[in-house]
Write a protein that binds this ligand. Sequence first.
Ligand code: B12
Length: 233
Amino acid sequence: MHVDPAPATYVGAILTAVRAFNQARVFSVLDDSDASHGVDTTIDEVVFPSLRVVGTFWSSGTIDIAHEHLLSTAVARWVAAKSAVLPAPTRTGTILLSAGPQDMHTLALDCLDLLLASRGVEVCNLGAQTPVASLLVAARSVHPTAVVLSSHTPTVASQAVRSVKAVAEAGLPVYFAGSSFASQFFRQNTPGLPLDGTLPEAAELLATKHTTRPTEPTSVPRERFRQAAAATA
Ligand code: B12
């Protein structure tokens, strides 16, 4: 009888591949995990634990920053590849994602983007280092049903708090996530709601609370949907 390896086994395989600078192997391990356990579990129990271990090893000097960059790039490319073949959005309502004005950490946002897209949700992902004023420009144009702000670096957390406040003052539902917001000081001074659970839980909450069910099924690949949207812009 065939038994799929547990998610932790894939984490071990990724760490071995990272140490060997074998990016193709990271890809294939993520594909194998996805085939066995699905994208939610792969993000929550394989990608995130791998990032945490690599972050800890890097900060203790056990591995080089190059190893961390290799994993970050592999994850970003794998997420983009998965995202490109998803069907076009089917639900009504757009979720706007952004990192804080000085935050370069975008992987968790990209993973949330993928989990929302896999639920048929339309996402506008502004990515890294979005200034407060620019976030508001995007919000006014996109008319999101909710905004998610992420920040992972406590030294730049106060800037991210400003973004959260600006979105709240604009009257939009706003959530915050990431280790910067672990501090009670920032939490007490931040309007909006924390996304403290797992990434799949966050995606589920945003999809059910801030978007509405599909009217009819669609099978247009997301990449074609994007090209069509670009052509009409
Ligand atoms: C990849 C990475 C980078 C990459 C980012 C690439 C990219 N495109 O994202 C690069 C190389 C750019 C980078 C840069 C830096 N990094 Co860095 N990085 C990481 C690493 C390895 C993963 C980050 C990540 O995606 N985390 C996501 C998950 C794995 O983090 P988590 O805290 O466990 O998340 C939990 C919750 O917070 C929640 N969550 C987290 N994010 C989100 C987002 C959403 C939307 C939701 C819903 C939930 C959610 O989910 C998890 C719980 O289930 C972390 C290690 C780590 N433990 O996070 C370090 C880490 C965050 N980095 C760190 C540091 C210090 C830096 C730099 C300052 C280094 C430097 N001297 O330049 C810069 C900061 C640049 C900046 N201004 O932002 C430190 C922060 C330490 C601290 N607490 O002060 C960490 C923790 C590494 C370490 N162990 O020291 N980094």
